[in-house]
Design a protein around this ligand. Structure first.
Ligand SMILES: CC(C)(COP(=O)(O)OP(=O)(O)OC[C@H]1O[C@@H](n2cnc3c(N)ncnc32)[C@H](O)[C@@H]1OP(=O)(O)O)[C@@H](O)C(=O)NCCC(=O)NCCS
Length: 171
């Protein structure tokens, strides 16, 4: 296990650890993204919507560049250091991405990632966190204390998709 990794938050099963993103995670995270959309979000959206959202795993360079633009990114890793989930935090409190591979889902991994993010957000003095949560993630964010601001409908590759703008005020 890498020295900079720490145990997941209480409540997770403890098989996964959390560390910061490294540039060579990009290919694994592209696969996590693709598997999460096709293996989990597919229960909440039609096949047309899923394929419009994620026609295939994005190129590693695309996701690597995005996650290396200065935002904070945490990765949950399995025992072989393979990433199974990730979350990001932009400097204004925006959470752009939260994805968990189906093989690691339902074990509190995303909750552990979120706890880490919120701890850092509070330390940075952020007053608010916000996210455009998918139908698959709405319940997760509600359990983390977020409230729905509004339902959004938008088009991706010519297909209508909805999500929810959700906000959490930090005390
Ligand atoms: C949203 C998402 C990241 C959540 O990941 P996750 O790691 O499964 O989340 P958690 O395990 O922390 O919580 C999810 C469920 O596991 C349960 N859980 C939490 N700790 C657990 C544990 N130790 N053992 C078993 N289950 C547990 C939670 O109660 C929750 O169950 P519920 O939804 O029935 O209430 C994941 O579902 C995902 O990738 N979805 C598809 C992609 C997507 O839509 N991403 C969001 C874009 S905004």
């Amino acid at each position: 296990m890498k020295g900079d990794a720490e145990e997941g938050a209480p409540g997770s099963k403890g098989h996964y650890k959390i560390r910061q993103f490294k540039a060579d995670d990009a290919e694994d995270l592209a696969e996590v993204f693709h598997s999460a959309v096709h293996g989990i979000a597919s229960r909440y959206y039609s096949p047309e919507q899923i394929n419009a959202w994620c026609p295939g795993a994005p190129p590693a360079e695309t996701i690597g560049q995005k996650l290396s633009d200065g935002r904070a990114v945490w990765v949950a890793i399995g025992e072989d250091d393979t990433p199974v989930a990730f979350i990001d935090l932009e400097s204004d409190g925006h959470i752009d991405m939260l994805f968990c591979h189906p093989r690691a889902a339902g074990q509190g991994v995303a909750a552990a990632l979120y706890v880490r993010l919120e701890t850092v957000a509070l330390r940075q003095g952020l007053k608010l966190l916000y996210v455009e949560a998918s139908e698959a993630a709405r319940g997760f964010f509600e359990r983390q204390g977020f409230a729905v601001d509004r339902r959004r409908v938008f088009e991706r590759r010519g297909v209508k998709i909805h999500n929810y703008r959700m906000v959490k005020i930090l005390d």
